[in-house]
Ligand binder design. Structure first.
Ligand code: SAH
Length: 428
């Protein structure tokens, strides 16, 4: 979501204010940091970066520093108190005000702070334009109402608000006309999308069906879905829409019902497993990934073992896992936490080893098969290779200098599995 927001900040400044991307930080008039506060570590990085930028500002006093995103939203003017080099603070819902805030700072030399939540206002300011990239993000629902006990998002991004389907389809059509072939629908709680279509409340399933009808859209993804709101129509859409990829990110967080309750996740493991089964009934090749929090306050060895059992049962593919990080103004931050840091690290290592093992196993099973891949571009490490993605979300590298293949779906013979990607050759 931050990548999408950052791209929109740039479009806005470029189109409305004729800004250009500076060649280096030293040549910039404005430096923008789009921040994340999901864990403490991400937040601390912000102040280190401002410290580096302060030195550039000492040499170039006209330089303005703007801090956006969730740390800005959470800390507001406290950012400027701690880091006086900062001139502008704006939140995820006020990014469209950046030109105005910049101009005001220029004129008055007064620091500018706007971290309000004016609902969907930003979408009427952001220019709708193509990216020319094979895959593009589109935000469809902003914010979250879930208030999971560990999570800062409802406080920093505000409450859920869905764009209208007409507005979203318009953005997707412009992207498709400019060469995009894969649409990645985004939301903190994307499957609770309730945008209207022709004035009536609609759903993510309906939006996926309508997106699939847009010419040249060959693949559709969505992130992140919450297991609690995964409705039947979304399960059924896997049967109806072949462009919908065979991979879903469905964060479970823990395999222990006791911990899930303390996390306020609103489902238990039985319900989660039932959902996985229903989706696999419709799409047997489906690949599942998840997020895991290890060392939630009071997590016992038994709770942790239940998470490991769940991993073995579902057989998750490439997942994300984190040590619990207490966040400001969340209910979990007041819970007693008697698990030592060393114990948490040990559990995280065990869990990550198992996830990596499973993921490598899935990759190895693909060796010898032919995979239909959307070509994304040149491999970053080796320009003699192109890079694509399989329908189940695996990165595939293959030797080719044919740039015309970028944005096309082609068949690749898979020859080799590496821990994080596959290698192959074009199938003739
Ligand atoms: N909306 C998604 C979560 C998005 S945040 C959901 O509800 O599932 C991405 C991931 O960061 C979460 O799934 C969780 O695993 C992790 N995370 C969030 N808050 C955290 C915290 N306080 N400590 C550690 N990990 C956290």
């Amino acid at each position: 979501m931050n990548e999408y927001d950052s791209a929109k900040m740039f479009d806005l400044l470029e189109e409305k204010e004729n800004f250009e991307l500076a060649k280096s930080e030293d040549e910039a008039d404005l430096l923008i940091l789009n921040t994340c506060s999901i864990r403490e570590k991400a937040q601390e990085k912000v102040f280190h970066q401002i410290g580096r930028w302060r030195k550039i500002k000492e040499k170039n006093p006209n330089l303005k520093i703007a801090i956006g995103g969730c740390v800005a939203s959470q800390e507001g003017e406290k950012i400027i108190k701690r880091a006086p080099a900062v001139d502008i603070v704006f939140g995820p819902q006020t990014l469209h005000k950046l030109p105005e805030l910049y101009n005001k700072k220029e004129k008055t030399n007064l620091n500018q702070i706007d971290i309000s939540f004016p609902k969907l206002e930003k979408f009427s300011h952001i220019p709708i334009q193509g990216t020319g990239e094979p895959s593009a993000f589109v935000s469809i629902i902003e914010g979250c109402n879930k208030y999971c006990s560990f999570c800062v998002v409802p406080k920093t991004r505000g409450h859920e608000v869905s764009r209208t389907i007409e507005d979203i389809l318009n953005e997707i059509s412009v992207l498709a006309d400019n060469g995009t072939r894969e649409i990645h629908l985004l939301g903190q709680n994307v499957n609770n999308f309730k945008g209207t279509f022709k004035g009536e409340k609609s759903s993510l399933a309906k939006l996926i069906e309508l997106t699939a009808k847009i010419e040249n859209i060959e693949r559709i993804r969505y992130t992140t879905s919450h297991p609690h709101e995964f409705k039947d129509d979304l399960v059924e859409v896997y049967d109806k829409v072949p462009q919908l990829v065979s991979h879903v990110h469905l964060p479970v967080q823990s395999g222990s019902d006791r911990i899930l309750k303390l996390m306020r996740r609103r489902y238990n493991i039985e319900k989660y497993l039932n959902l996985v089964e229903r989706i696999r009934d419709v799409r047997p090749s489906m690949s599942f990934s998840s997020d895991f929090i290890v060392g939630f306050p009071g997590e016992t060895d038994v709770d942790f073992q239940k998470t490991m059992e769940l991993i073995n049962e579902v057989k998750f593919d490439e997942s994300f896992s984190f040590i619990y990080s207490p966040r400001p103004n969340t209910t979990a931050s007041d819970m007693a936490d008697d698990v030592t840091k060393d114990e948490k690290k040990k559990r995280l290592n065990i869990l990550q080893d198992r996830l990596n093992q499973l993921s490598f196993g899935f990759s190895r099973k693909k060796v010898g098969s032919i995979q239909n891949c959307l070509v994304y571009g040149q491999s970053k490490r080796d320009p003699g290779q192109l890079q694509g993605r399989t329908i189940c979300n695996r990165i595939v590298n293959f030797p080719s200098n044919d740039i015309d293949l970028v944005g096309r779906l082609i068949n690749i013979n898979i020859k080799e599995a590496l821990p994080n990607c596959l290698r192959g050759n074009i199938h003739n």
